[in-house]
Write a protein that binds this ligand. Structure first.
Ligand code: FES
Length: 86
């Protein structure tokens, strides 16, 4: 699995460096030898960052916990539907 984390200005201001650190720590902690993590330039999703690219697929609104779950292969949680009053 190849993971690239955007560390340009907008994503960096949203602490994307913590995402890189978290993935690196998870690699060691869970012995994830197939995970390769790098930084990358802006992916064009600055307003909905931080963004990462996982095997060519851009993912946005990423935080360190979400990144950790992706790297470990855990399924992403679906967003809850807003409550509708009947
Ligand atoms: S700075 Fe990260 S997507 Fe633009």
């Amino acid at each position: 699995m190849k993971v690239e984390v955007c560390t340009w200005k907008a994503c960096k201001s949203r602490f994307s460096s913590y995402i890189v650190d978290r993935i690196k720590n998870d690699k060691i902690k869970f012995n994830l030898k197939n995970v390769e993590v790098n930084t990358c330039p802006c992916t064009g999703n600055c307003k909905i960052g931080p963004s990462i690219i996982v095997d060519g697929e851009v993912k946005t609104h990423i935080d360190p916990v979400k990144a950790s779950n992706i790297v470990q292969g855990k399924p992403e949680k679906k967003k809850k539907k807003p409550y509708k009053k009947k």
